[in-house]
Design a protein around this ligand. Structure first.
Ligand SMILES: Nc1ncnc2c1ncn2[C@@H]1O[C@H](COP(=O)(O)OP(=O)(O)O)[C@@H](O)[C@H]1O
Ligand SMILES: [Mg+2]
Length: 287
């Protein structure tokens, strides 16, 4: 029986080819649109035949399930404490997006027993084998725990609005990340761009500052407009990409995912290092 399962696993791995890319969606300041970006970006990737799972890491404030209109019964924490199996914490929407709610208690990650940590890496290994993209929707700001996790993740998408405080907080967040690991891939997304405003200004300023002061190159994925359909979709608990596919913001998110996947295919796949990095960070934290 075990051999059969193992050979099935090997076949699945072989048929899927590469392991999933892990992506963290972050911002310096809260309320800039990370969760709305994550859900719509995920659906736009799914429309490109990618398999995507979102892990809601906004501990205590997670709202991915609200945006999707689904009530999750179990969280990642339920799996980690051993009360639930891995399949029962993966929620599936009818439209093809899977998601996991973090649950409370994850913030103590560095104080966990090795056994609990082993279960966490097992979950991530499972996700890496079964999806093309694992999207972590993070809470705002640079809490120590969030940074530890971000350090293990392959790529980081930073969201900023045009507000000066959002821009400076995004810069501080990226500075923090780059000082810890200069090689992290950073993508910039502008959000809630007012109609009359020169849209790219905020992300261009960020890109310029990163290059000038930190010697770090970042990639601009693009900018999303301020659009009433976002709020309408939130009220309907359905992502705008699905509810309003013809809205300018939905078309923009398609362009962004196309650009993002183009960058991905040009890169050497080295995702297996995610688990390795996570383990070494955990072990370092316990020294
Ligand atoms: N492009 C946009 N246009 C209009 N409103 C937006 C846009 N993006 C986000 N919002 C609004 O901003 C609020 C915060 O968005 P959310 O995705 O929850 O942010 P975060 O996850 O960063 O805290 C939501 O009420 C949403 O309706
Ligand atoms: Mg959020």
């Amino acid at each position: 029986m075990r051999d059969q399962a193992e050979s099935l696993r090997q076949k699945m791995l072989a048929s899927r080819g590469a392991l999933a890319k892990s992506i963290a969606v972050v911002s310096g300041k809260g309320g800039v649109g990370k969760s709305n970006f994550s859900t719509n970006f995920a659906y736009a990737l799914i429309a490109q035949d990618k398999k995507v799972v979102i892990v809601d890491m906004d501990i205590g404030m997670g709202n991915i399930h609200i945006l999707l209109g689904y009530t999750p019964t179990h969280s990642l924490m339920d799996y980690l404490v051993g009360t639930k199996g891995i399949e029962s914490i993966i929620n599936k929407t009818d439209e093809g997006l899977d998601f996991i709610s973090g649950g409370s208690g994850l913030e103590q990650i560095m104080e966990w027993s090795e056994a609990t940590f082993e279960r966490l890496t097992y979950v991530f290994e499972h996700l890496q084998r079964n999806y093309d993209f694992v999207l972590f929707d993070m809470g705002a700001g640079a809490t120590a725990q969030a940074i530890e996790l971000i350090m293990a993740i392959d790529e980081v998408i930073v969201i900023s609005t045009t507000e000066p405080t959002s821009i400076t907080d995004a810069y501080s967040m990226m500075k923090f990340i780059v000082m810890r690991d200069p090689d992290t891939s950073l993508y910039l997304v502008g959000n809630r761009i007012p109609k009359k405003k020169n849209g790219n200004e905020a992300v261009l300023r960020l890109q310029f500052a990163m290059r000038k002061f930190l010697g770090k190159e970042t990639t601009i994925l693009g900018c999303l407009p301020e659009d009433d359909v976002v709020q309408k979709a939130v009220i309907q608990q359905k992502p705008y990409f699905l509810a309003y596919p013809n809205a300018p913001i939905s078309k923009k998110i398609v362009t962004m995912t196309e650009m993002f996947t183009t960058f991905q295919s040009k890169e050497v796949q080295n995702s297996s290092s995610f688990i390795k990095r996570l383990k070494s960070i955990f072990l370092r934290g316990r020294e």
